[in-house]
Design a protein around this ligand. Structure first.
Ligand code: 4AD
Ligand code: MG
Length: 463
């Protein structure tokens, strides 16, 4: 039996020319005349279609009628150098089999559908050039993330998805329950009786694996998590998802400067990996969507990120004379428009902002001597805004406990976390990278809903 060759392999293996090959895939187009017909076949392994040539002295019109756009096909034939423009090799079909026909109502008949249209056909959109390219880049980036941390000796730690604590304290959590919502059990004082719930208490889907990541780092030294996280914030923006993937390294004995160094090295490594391994896909996306894509990626690779404090950043914004939708002064949380001004207009480089006011950051961040700021760090990127959020962690038991009390976080949720500071505490740091924001940056796509296969956002959980 002939070995089935992936189309990517066909293009990359010159020794196959002159040999009989078997290829399998989906039909993108068919065209031609009574003498010869051409089928563009794609199997998802590469952005490039393989041209299959049907000599019509060997096939009938009825044979060819089965080969419609979207149908799935197995073809055998000789691989030859192509005379035609635009492809290096082609297959001269000897024999074919249609696995599955694709009737005329196949939604991806024509090229050039809008991204909005394709979002409604997200079950089929991976079969388009754009989405297959994005998904291949996404896969390569996921691999690069593991490779980077494994090469550095970090351990991959799996943290729970169901949790009883709120890491970010933002209150944007999806509740997890098996209680009957139409007939909730009540306690004597009328409250919901969570003792009857599956876990015996209220639980939610996690917004971050960080707190458990810290348990790992204060035992294994350097760990990373990489998994799904969930946020029920009602943000209908091109940069927010309700379900997204986060990479969270957490390192014992790192201060905030070590943390920034790691973040910068990490992002550059991932971008370089994608440029080295997904060149054709990135070139395709550049051509289709974003003329400056490769230039921007190279630029990030070859420049040091600017590092400055939140206070300095706010001064620049105030002095800019620019009218922002949200006014900015010391103490306000920065909006995407502010972040992008600093990155795209002022510095024209990625920026790491540090030392934010403690009121706008989470409870676990290390408090600075000034009593006003914490050792937070946000990495801000062109076109994206915040791509990473992290900090040095408060390692002092008393200071952390006091902050938890000030914010009225229940002790019963935090006792285990506080134990890391009680028993052998160490300076430590970590950060979270929004994986889809990285994919957004590397692919040049505009909307985060187009860089995850089946996005979850308000009022949308189809597919
Ligand atoms: O800044 P965030 O909220 O930080 C944390 O959750 C920390 N616990 C991370 C840590 O220190 N271990 O989120 C981290 C990153 C953001 O910078 C952003 O890239 C991404 O996660 N992110 C989202 N991505 C898509 N959709 C959303 N709704 C996101 N919210 C945050
Ligand atoms: Mg953040």
């Amino acid at each position: 039996m002939m070995k089935h060759e992936k189309i990517k392999n066909i293009f990359n293996t010159p020794e196959l020319v002159g040999q009989d090959v078997e290829v399998k895939g989906w039909v993108r187009t068919r065209r031609g005349n009574k003498q010869v017909q051409f089928v563009a076949l794609n199997d998802g392994s590469t952005i490039r279609n393989l041209q299959v040539v049907f000599d019509m002295s060997k096939f009938t019109d009825d044979d060819m009628k089965q080969i419609t756009t979207g149908s799935s096909l197995r073809v055998t034939g000789k691989l030859v150098e192509s005379m035609g423009k635009g492809q290096s090799v082609e297959v001269q079909a000897d024999e074919f089999e249609v696995y599955g026909k694709s009737p005329e109502d196949y939604p991806l008949q024509k090229k050039g559908h809008t991204l909005e249209f394709l979002r409604e056909k997200a079950h089929l959109r991976p079969r388009t050039n754009t989405f297959s390219a994005v998904m291949r880049v996404r896969s390569a980036l996921a691999f690069a993330i593991h490779k980077f941390f494994q090469e550095k000796g970090f351990f991959y730690l799996n943290t729970p998805l169901i949790t009883a604590s709120d890491c970010e304290g933002a209150g944007a959590m999806f509740q997890v329950t098996t209680l009957p919502l139409d007939n909730l059990p009540r306690t004597e004082d009328g409250k919901i009786d969570y003792s009857q719930d599956f876990f015996g208490k209220p639980t939610s889907l996690t917004v971050s694996g960080q707190l458990e990541g810290e348990l790992g780092a204060t035992a294994l030294g350097e760990i990373y998590t990489f998994g799904p996280t969930f946020r029920a914030e009602n943000s209908n923006t091109p940069r927010h998802l309700a379900e997204f993937w986060m990479v969270e390294p957490e390192m014992a004995f790192y201060d905030i400067n070590d943390n920034m160094d790691l973040a910068e090295e990490f992002i550059k490594y991932c971008i370089k990996y994608a440029l080295d391994h997904c060149r054709e896909d990135i070139e395709f996306l550049q051509q289709m969507y974003d003329k400056d894509l490769i230039e921007r990626l190279e630029f990030v690779l070859h420049n040091d990120f600017v590092r400055l404090s939140y206070g300095e950043g706010v001064k620049i914004l105030e002095a800019s004379g620019k009218k922002f939708e949200f006014p900015v002064h010391w103490g306000t949380d920065l909006q995407s428009e502010h972040e992008r001004y600093l990155v795209e207009e002022h510095f024209k480089k990625p920026v790491i902002l540090t030392d934010y006011p403690k009121e706008i950051k989470a409870f676990y961040m290390k408090q600075n001597e000034d009593g006003k700021t914490v050792r937070a760090m946000d990495v801000l990127f062109p076109k994206i805004g915040e791509i990473i959020g992290g900090s040095e962690r408060e390692a002092d038991y008393d200071k952390l406990k006091q902050r938890i009390e000030e914010l009225h976080i229940p002790d019963k949720d935090m006792w285990w976390y506080l134990d890391t500071r009680k028993y052998g505490t160490v300076p430590h740091s970590g950060f979270g990278l929004g994986f889809e924001r990285l994919v957004l940056f590397v692919t040049g796509m505009q909307n985060i809903r187009d860089v995850i296969p089946w996005p979850r956002y308000p009022k949308s959980a189809e597919f």
